[in-house]
Design a protein around this ligand. Structure first.
Ligand code: ADP
Ligand code: MG
Length: 139
C-alpha cells in the first residue's frame, strides 16, 4: 500500500538564508497539503535521535551538529504517493546532482546543507511525523 504522508524539515541554513517562504510556496504549488507544521529547533540529542540510522556514517557528527545549529521548519505533508513524490520534488541528496528546478538544486548550499529533509519510506514517514507532532497538532 502506498502511504500518503511524508515528513519534511527546512534545514537551518535554508532558514538562515530566508528560504522558508519560497520553499513553502513551491510545496504548495506542487500540491502537497500541510497537515501539521512548526518552527522549532532540535537539541543536539534530538538531532542524534532523528538521524540515529546514520550513526555509523562518517558524516553523522557534523550532520547532527549542523541540524541542531539553528531553527528549522518541520511539516507533515499529504499527497498521493507522498514519500516518492516529495523526494522527486526536492531532488538528489547532493544539490550538485539535483535536477534543475528542484528544491535542493535551487536552495541547497552543499551535500550536508541541502535545504530540506524528506522521509525515505512510508514507515519512516510515520516514525518521523510522530517524532515531531502529537495527534492534536494535525489538521
Ligand atoms: P537524504 O536526506 O537524501 O535522504 P541521507 O538519508 O542519505 O540523504 O542522508 C541524510 C542527510 O545527511 C542528508 O540529507 C545530508 O544532509 C547529509 N549527508 C548525506 N550524505 C552525506 C555526506 N556524504 N557528507 C555530508 N553530509 C551528508
Ligand atoms: Mg534519508
Amino acid at each position: 500500500m502506498t502511504g500518503n504522508i511524508t515528513l519534511t524539515m527546512v534545514k537551518p541554513m535554508a532558514v538562515k538564508k530566508g528560504y522558508i517562504g519560497p520553499i513553502l510556496a513551491k510545496i504548495n504549488e506542487a500540491g502537497f497539503k500541510i497537515i501539521a507544521m512548526k518552527y522549532t529547533k532540535l537539541s543536539l540529542d534530538q538531532a542524534k535521535k532523528f538521524y540515529e540510522v546514520h550513526k555509523e556514517r562518517p558524516f553523522y557528527n557534523d550532520l547532527v551538529n549542523f541540524m541542531s545549529s539553528g531553527p528549522i521548519v518541520t511539516a507533515i505533508l499529504e499527497k498521493e504517493n507522498a514519500v516518492e513524490s516529495y523526494r522527486n520534488f526536492i531532488g538528489a541528496t547532493n544539490p550538485a546532482n539535483a535536477e534543475p528546478g528542484t528544491i535542493r538544486a535551487l536552495y541547497g548550499t552543499d551535500l550536508e546543507k541541502n535545504a530540506v529533509h524528506g522521509s525515505d519510506s512510508d514507515e519512516n514517514a510515520i516514525i518521523e511525523s510522530d517524532f515531531f507532532f502529537s495527534k492534536v497538532e494535525r489538521y
